[in-house]
Design a binder for this molecule. Sequence first.
Ligand SMILES: [Zn+2]
Ligand SMILES: [Zn+2]
Length: 254
Amino acid sequence: MEWIIPANSKIYNYEKAFSTYEQIDWKQSANYQVGDIIYIYATMPVKKILYKTNVVEVDLGPSEGYQNPGDWIDKNGFDSFKEVKRFVRLEIEDHVDNEALSLDALLKNGLNGAPQGPLKVSTVLSSYIEKHMSGQIFPDEVSEELEEGQKVKVAVNRYERNPIARKKCIEIHGDSCAVCSMNFGEIYGEVGEGFIHVHHVNPLHEIGKQHVIDYEKDLVPVCPNCHSMLHRKVNGNVLSVDELKKEISEKSIL
Ligand SMILES: [Zn+2]
Ligand SMILES: [Zn+2]
């Protein structure tokens, strides 16, 4: 099932929340199922679908509902959020700011009116949204080879897929590989412009669910080759960016 839910940026700073936390908890006012897709529609003055999220947990009670007062712009908004009894936990999958997903465009493509509460998305509208949603190319998986030579796919962690975190990481560190300095735009020209993986330096299991991302320290841009190497284990341990960099510089001296 797919849904659209409205969000008011004058009350809640959802952009900050989506770019800072791995998952966020939202008031649950419909019977969502784990695996459902929820599009977040920004109300006035934005009037656009901005985020695609996945439902990862449903029917959470108030004690489990994560809330950070700092993300609330309107104090009354936070007060009423504290009264919420049922939460849904969302994980961001994609973010675009595209006129094709504005209210006017959505109304022409199957939406019946400005979303006031959770709306089920029709098949027609769903394929329209999907067509305009994926604004960025970023990998879901990094290939990893086991010792026996058997190939497995390893899912990169959620921070590495978070489109906002990726954008901020690239703004700070640039889009050249932090290990080998490769730049896709320089090598491949226009088609490679801006392409890069983003690596999270702390393995997912070492960080809590509501860990706040430090874009400067936690994320580095890396090319897919170096990225795969960073996820491989040597004697049970992964190499750090600096260690891998050292490996390369030692080899290139030869
Ligand atoms: Zn590299
Ligand atoms: Zn990584």
